[in-house]
Design a protein around this ligand. Structure first.
Ligand SMILES: [Zn+2]
Length: 272
């Protein structure tokens, strides 16, 4: 199931930006053009992870040009260290083109602006620090991209942001029309607690009475196995206590407790 494609075709997303292995890009471009979309395939490479092409698509030539230009500004150019303000602006343009909520876009752009000073932390870690809440919503889980498990493709400003949840629910409704079982499986998979450390390595965890009972390494990047760092994280945190604020006892990692969310349409059993 390709959530991005479904959301775009259903017009829930006004545009898409898809990272894809270079050899698979021509087929995707042909498919999107076959749907009547305007497509641009960049010479851009996303930083980090395996080399990938970026394919931008929208329903009008103007929209795709704006998106492709923003993408080039954000990722395509090499411009040294003093680029953070321009990158933040490019992130705003891209977020607007892709239909992301303004609050989440602003939060992302702010992180892009300050990232030079804080570059010893991974961007995923900084996003989690900004978005962490006690009761995160599973449909806003963005930490499982490496397993291709996600509904939204932007980092929410908070893991319970109402505007982000509205986007996630609209995408879920489009997915349900095409593949209801797929959506059920995805919703279930996203209701999982995740531990992440400042380097961005992460693991799935099962908590019992706020103690890590089980942990399993998960990949950061799609198409790759979990890294050694992720295996090491999973190996060392079993048996540790998780504070109310998500911090792991005696460790730099933090847990986002998506498992506490109730199933969509389910009745809350946790009270208020
Ligand atoms: Zn938001």
């Amino acid at each position: 199931m390709d959530v991005e494609r479904i959301a775009f075709v259903a017009r829930v997303k006004p545009a898409v930006r898809i990272r894809i292995e270079r050899e698979r890009a021509p087929k995707l471009v042909a498919e999107l053009e076959g749907l009547g979309a305007e497509v641009r395939r960049g010479p851009w490479r996303m930083p980090g992870g395996p080399p990938r092409d970026v394919v931008c698509a929208a329903w009008t030539a103007r929209a795709v040009e704006e998106l492709a230009h923003g993408e080039w500004e954000l990722c395509g150019r090499d411009r040294g260290d003093d680029n953070s303000t321009e990158q933040a602006e490019a992130a705003r343009v891209i977020g607007r083109c892709l239909g992301y909520p303004p609050c989440c876009v602003e939060s992302f752009a702010e992180r892009a602006r300050v990232k030079v000073e804080r570059s010893r932390f991974s961007t995923d870690w900084l996003a989690v620090q900004a978005a962490w809440v006690r009761r995160p919503r599973a449909r806003l889980d963005t930490l499982r991209f490496g397993e291709r498990l996600h509904l939204i493709s932007f980092e929410p400003c908070r893991f319970d942001c109402p505007a982000a949840l509205e986007v996630a629910d609209a995408i879920a409704a489009a997915v349900a029309r095409e593949d209801p079982d797929g959506l059920r499986r995805l919703d279930e998979a996203l209701r999982t607690s995740i531990a992440i450390e400042p380097s961005g390595e992460r693991a799935r965890v099962v908590l019992r009475s706020r103690i890590v009972e089980h942990a399993a390494a998960i990949p950061r990047h799609a198409g790759r196995p979990p890294s050694e760092g992720s295996e090491s994280l999973a190996g060392r945190i079993v048996g540790r206590a998780v504070a109310e604020t998500g911090e792991l006892e005696g460790d730099s990692a933090r847990v986002v407790d998506f498992a506490t969310d109730v199933p969509p349409g389910g009745v809350s059993a946790r009270g208020t």
